[in-house]
Design a protein around this ligand. Sequence first.
Ligand code: SF4
Length: 77
Amino acid sequence: MKPYVDRELCMGCKACAIHCPDIFKIDSQGLSEVIFQGDNITGTALKCAQQAEEACPTGAIRAQKAVNLMDDHSRGV
Ligand code: SF4
């Protein structure tokens, strides 16, 4: 999976883009967007995205938690 930013929740604090500049970027509207290329984020990039998810003050980022929710859904949990 790719990280996801809910732009309705993002307040443009820039923390994610500063912490993970290869994954997030602040766009011309002052909001975060995912610039990570590829379908699956792994390794140190995933770890960085997870840290950004935990640090985001508005809960706008989904990294690992989205995977878990999807896994739960596919298992019928
Ligand atoms: S850390 Fe959260 S609120 Fe701040 S720019 Fe990134 S997505 Fe937006």
